[in-house]
Design a protein around this ligand. Structure first.
Ligand code: ZN
Length: 86
């Protein structure tokens, strides 16, 4: 683990299920929430997962399809490379 370093989007996605299960250690959870605060893409992603849990009552690793995950991450990177004009 990269303890003490800023979390990036890839790492956040890796641990998001543990976060939602409240299974992260305190240090990782803090880095997770710090990343969420400064990354709209991941904030939206976690919000989407929370909505899924709200609808289904649970979230299993199976629900995180790798291709969907990769598409989300690609979308985040595109969004960061080309922020929408305001
Ligand atoms: Zn992110």
């Amino acid at each position: 683990m990269n303890q003490g370093q800023d979390m990036n989007c890839d790492e956040l996605v890796e641990v998001v299920t543990d976060f939602l299960d409240d299974a992260l250690d305190a240090a990782t959870r803090r880095r997770f929430t710090e990343h969420l605060a400064e990354c709209d893409g991941c904030d939206a992603y976690v919000g989407q997962l929370r909505t899924t849990i709200g609808l289904t009552g649970t979230l299993r690793a199976d629900d995180l399809q790798p291709d969907l995950r990769d598409r989300l991450l690609t979308a985040f990177r595109d969004w960061k490379a080309h922020p929408s004009p305001r």
